[in-house]
Design a protein around this ligand. Structure first.
Ligand code: FPP
Length: 250
């Protein structure tokens, strides 16, 4: 019989990331394992997102960014694309009031072009309604791609007449969809794939990565806690030396 890993408790967290970003992968496999259509996996993934939002509030995470629909996902079958769009619309219709009451601020990163006008209006309404909330900032990456984001930023800088000598790390960050959002401290990818998949490719420069074989619909509060405990044991160096070697002579 397999032993169940001991439940981890929140007090073990010595250091909590300000910003967690998640690649919510494995919905399709979760559904296939149960003989269900792929959309059933996305629905289970959506229910799980609700649990993870609550857990982030509980653990005092300030920013959560989720990769929900990439610029490449348009290449999936029409039924799946439409199903995902319908899920987003449903979430806004059914969950927005409660998220607002819980103090969650919704932000969108990516391009609203190509989404149907009703959905665009709903996304804008959700962003506007929750703009003063600050318990958790939830960034939904929808029709988002990291390369597309950088291309948009370069175009905008050119339009604004930015001179080459004015281009700095900070300036580029201010032109990205994530302007004003701190870089992610921890990026979690579920379902075991070791890829960045065009997610936050600029912002991830010094993020810590946590990859788990658990499929997204099964990545619950306990799994998040394990990722947070793992993160709290890491020493972030940002290219510098470990603290204990910091000031010795070269
Ligand atoms: C990746 O799993 C998941 C997606 C492409 C969609 C994620 C979207 C949701 C959880 C929907 C809810 C989001 C919001 C904001 C309402 P996959 O389909 O690639 O899984 P597979 O690799 O096992 O096939």
């Amino acid at each position: 019989m397999e032993s169940t890993p001991a439940a981890v408790s929140a007090p073990e967290l010595t250091k909590v990331p300000t910003h967690i970003a998640i690649i919510m992968d494995g919905n399709g496999r979760w559904a296939r394992q149960r003989g269900l259509p792929r959309l059933a996996g996305h629905r289970a993934g959506t229910e799980n997102l609700r649990r993870i939002i609550r857990a982030c509030v509980e653990f005092n995470i300030k920013y959560l960014t989720i990769y929900a629909f990439s610029t490449e996902n348009w290449g999936r079958p029409e039924e799946e694309v439409n199903g995902l769009m319908a899920i987003l619309e449903e979430v806004i219709d059914k969950e927005l009031d409660e998220l607002h009451r819980e103090g969650v601020r919704l932000q969108h990163i990516g391009r609203l072009e190509r989404l149907n006008p009703t959905l665009v209006e709903k996304v804008k309404y959700a962003v506007e309604l929750t703009r003063d909330n600050d318990r958790l900032i939830l960034n939904i990456a929808w029709n988002y791609g990291g390369r597309d984001e950088i291309v948009c930023a370069i175009r905008k800088m050119i339009e604004d007449g930015i001179r080459p000598e004015e281009v700095t790390d900070e300036l580029v960050s201010r032109y990205l969809f994530t302007a004003g959002i701190p870089d992610p401290d921890l990026i979690i990818r579920t379902s075991g794939e070791m890829r960045i998949s065009n997610f936050l490719i600029w912002q991830a420069a010094y993020a810590e990565w946590y990859v788990t074989p658990t499929l997204w619909p099964d990545f619950d509060r306990e799994e998040l806690l394990k990722a947070l405990v793992d993160y709290s044991r890491r020493e972030r160096r940002f290219g510098r030396l470990p603290t204990d070697e910091c000031c010795s002579e070269v």
